[in-house]
Design a protein. Structure first.
Length: 454
């Protein structure tokens, strides 16, 4: 085969064969194709697209370019949950323990944050002693013991994706649904779970800004998963406003712990957790689901099961087991994180209240701008090797639709650096819009939308 012929073929809009795709990925990994030719093919794919079969073949080839993790020793269906990236999205910290408490094992490999999108591993690093760098043996040991494990992605997981993503980032070829879907699903397939629930974010704080493109991405990923023999389902959720009350690392761990204890629960976060967990429970194929003869009854049953485990405290106990299993200090969770937000932040970390400048109603708190503010405060990375400030971030005191008076605190911002604080405050103020009339929230702006494609 010849890379130039493959580039020419895709440039004309023709479908690549499975063999051509596998040949290309193999040579991407061994470095025998120059970056400029790889980039040329990526641009051709970006412009001409890929059909369902091509996209599945690409994802599978990327998945098999490195290690394929095997969780079959668990002896039952293992679930995974993936978010396409959001601001204030601490859902995985809650979903995993909930499912473990229900007897449904969840084995996750997560990433670190870059830019406005927070990373689950960065959040978990805020727990003293917690280790996300696990050997294969330790991963399985934790999964068997507590029913939930969340580890950093291994170096050999879908190495082709690392090469292609780095090139896409600098060649203007990021915004291609076949390339986005194959990138995400290659890592999910390589991670070894039997069933996957995908949380596709939609809005100004997400890569997919509109519902139609979010649906298209969800459908494409479901097709890949099903084509690889995995059970898959997708949830499309709003990311026009930060999820929950906090954006940061330790702040989001604190909110997740409060949520699991039933304290100060944000309604949008609760709806999303309930939706994702019920989807995961349905995909698990638990024996008690047998005989439920309608989809509506199945959903109601699964949601009630999830509500019960949140209400009785079992999910919180499961979270403590998860933290302990990966070396984290549970005393820190039970003692320090039981205090108010103001008291968990060290005295040498600065805080600034952002206040309403006029009377009215909060009509917008843009997720993208809030995420950028949090990043500038030190909670995120502008470059891959930037150091994270675990205490930095945004604690929202008001949400969209709330009435405010001039001088009311909208949010408290935290940072360990004066210049970063000044930048963060300036940026965050741009995220907030106050109007004199309370605006009507339209369906789909806040309500979680669920799509079942499998």
């Amino acid at each position: 085969m010849n890379i130039i012929e493959i580039i020419e073929k895709k440039k004309k809009g023709e479908s690549l064969t499975k063999q051509e795709i596998e040949w290309f990925i193999d040579r991407v990994v061994n470095g025998s194709i120059p970056d400029y030719q790889t980039s040329a093919l990526l641009m051709a794919i970006c412009l001409k697209g890929m059909d369902k079969r091509e996209t599945t073949d690409l994802a599978l080839a990327m998945a098999h370019s490195g290690d394929m993790f095997d969780m079959s020793a668990i002896g039952c269906v293992v679930l995974d949950k993936h978010s396409t990236g959001g601001v204030g999205d601490k859902t995985s910290l809650i979903v995993g323990p909930v499912m473990a408490a229900l007897g449904v094992p969840v084995g996750k490999m997560s990433g670190r944050g870059l830019g406005i999108t927070g990373g689950t591993i960065d959040k978990l690093d805020a727990i003293p002693g917690f280790s996300s760098d696990l050997s294969d043996e330790k991963f399985m040991e934790c999964l068997k013991a507590s029913g939930f494990v969340d580890a950093a992605q291994t170096k050999n997981l879908a190495p082709a994706d690392k090469v292609l993503y780095a090139l896409r980032d600098v060649t203007g070829t990021v915004d291609s649904i076949p390339l986005i879907a194959s990138s995400i699903m290659s890592k999910k397939l390589a991670s070894g779970a039997d069933a996957i629930v995908l949380d596709v974010k939609c809005g100004n704080g997400a890569f997919m800004n509109d519902l139609d493109s979010a649906k298209q991405l969800a459908e494409t990923m479901i097709d890949i998963g099903n084509g690889a023999g995995r059970k898959c389902s997708a949830v499309i959720s709003d990311m026009n406003e930060p999820l929950g009350y906090t954006v940061g690392n330790l702040l989001e761990v604190k909110e997740a712990v409060d949520f699991l204890k039933g304290v100060n629960v944000n309604s949008r976060l609760y709806d999303l957790v309930l939706t994702i967990c019920s989807e995961m429970y349905i995909l698990s194929g638990r024996p008690e689901l047998n005989g439920i003869d309608s989809k509506e009854r199945l959903i109601r049953f699964a949601k009630q099961i999830v509500k019960d485990v949140l209400a009785n405290g079992d999910a919180y106990k499961s979270f403590l087991m998860f933290v302990k299993g990966q070396g984290g200090e549970t005393d820190f969770i039970e003692n320090e994180l039981s205090m108010d937000y103001e008291n968990i932040i060290p005295s040498d970390v600065m805080s600034t209240d952002v206040k309403a400048e006029k009377d009215g109603y909060i009509s917008a708190i843009r997720a993208d701008i809030t995420g950028r503010a949090s990043m500038h405060l030190g909670a995120g990375r502008m470059e891959l090797d930037d150091e994270i400030d675990q205490y930095a971030g945004v604690y929202l005191k008001k949400k969209i639709g709330d009435e405010v008076k001039a001088g009311d605190v909208i949010a408290t911002l935290y940072s360990s650096d004066k210049d970063k604080m000044n930048d963060g405050v300036k940026i965050f103020k741009e995220a907030v819009t106050i109007t004199t009339e309370k605006e009507q929230v339209q369906d789909g702006d806040i309500i979680v939308q669920i799509q079942r494609f499998n």
